[in-house]
Write a protein that binds this ligand. Sequence first.
Ligand SMILES: C[S@@+](CC[C@H](N)C(=O)[O-])C[C@H]1O[C@@H](n2cnc3c(N)ncnc32)[C@H](O)[C@@H]1O
Length: 472
Amino acid sequence: MTTAASNPFTELDVLVSLITSSVDTIKSEYTQLNTSAALDLSLDSTEKHPLDLKAVPQTLQDALRTLQGSCAQLGNIVLPPAYTIATMSMSHFTAACLNVAVTTKVADHLLPSGAQGLHVKDLSKLTGIVPNKLSRVLRLLATKGCFKEVEPDVWANNRLSVTLLKDEPTSALVGLFTDEAYLSGTSLASTLTDPHYGPSLNLNEASWNRAMNFKGTLWDFYKDVDPARGKRLAEAQVGFSHVLTFESVLHGFPWSTLPDGTTICDLGGGFGHVSMHIAKACPQLRVVLQDQPSTVATAREYWNKSAAEVVEQGRVEFVDIDFIKEAPREGCDYYFIKNVVHDWPDHDVITILCNVKKSMKPTAKVLIHEFVMQHASSDPHSEDAFLNKAPKPLLPSYGEGRVLQYYLDVGMMGVVNAKERTFSEFKAIGKEVGLELEKQVRPKLIASLSSFRTPPLLYHAQVSLRVQSYCF
Ligand SMILES: C[S@@+](CC[C@H](N)C(=O)[O-])C[C@H]1O[C@@H](n2cnc3c(N)ncnc32)[C@H](O)[C@@H]1O
């Protein structure tokens, strides 16, 4: 291979060939998967795509993240660095404008006018934002691919903006990310450099607390100050499972082969959206949904509406818990803990898992469903090295191809001093608690195909821990 010094275009050429080969793979995979319905890859389409919520094959997932990573890296190589960094520095305005759009329900207001669109003067009356400012907010979003300017100042929905409709679970997720998480970013630098707050791992000393001047934790805020935002958090989890495609959770573990009467405790389960789908698909399984009282109350309504048959069959129980203070329901076969561990610093995760362990019979297992983080460098001797699958010259983590989990990691730090973890970190926590890593279900990149243009690519894994012979 020619060196970069003798051929300055080497990296560029390799990235272009990665783009070409990933596009070829994507086309062939789409063709194979999309046997029954017409495939419309236009961003103008507002119809749900047949593949949006489907678990897709590993080959397609790899091709999607390679494409996203390569396109971004190509731009970084050829564009002037000052331009790239200046653009990056202003990217929070994308979040700010998305927040304006969900707060004022722009997508819902545009729905009746369909593809012909609505003039900003009319949209202004429905949103309460003056026309000129509203159009400028939407123009930034349209520049990023969300909403369509049909003709000057006439706005319509498109494939991305329909995810912001108020009844779409993604809109609650956007609300959470562009509000609590966004706010935490505004004081991240001053928090990290503060002698007291910087090193703190207390939940109530995160940058969100400084931004809000709130002394309690975010959880206290939801419970005591703003239950509506607390409810939105639970709705956002449903949205998040759409981003991750809950079908991947359904197919990523052999739920259907578990014996009759197997009980799954969905701990910190929120509305129990995922365990609900598991229970619907597997009539031999029982679910014990445990969460804080207010969330459990809403979860009960949610199941009554969306899974009445499971409720009537008595296959689900709703049980309040404070998992920091109490052990969950004793004697369940699986303790399914999804996107909970990343909400807590290590010492609290250890407390939660110790409480779980108290309830575990010897055959019970803990299933942790979380992102698995990777370093941006590659150490072939590290026990995390098996994750480094990205083709060079991409970062081992695929760079932009997995950026969402890095956003979330810093977001968790910002709102509650918590984190996403590496494989070694999961293992170390299990060891601390006396839970042995039994196996790691093949780490999955779970791609929601809600946007083929800019596919959100995620890296998720189920880590299965089982109790060792000694107990706390
Ligand atoms: C990020 S959500 C995950 C929800 C769900 N597992 C999912 O993936 O959709 C975290 C959940 O932990 C719950 N939670 C927070 N603190 C808790 C506590 N002390 N005891 C029980 N549940 C708690 C929240 O109410 C919330 O439902």
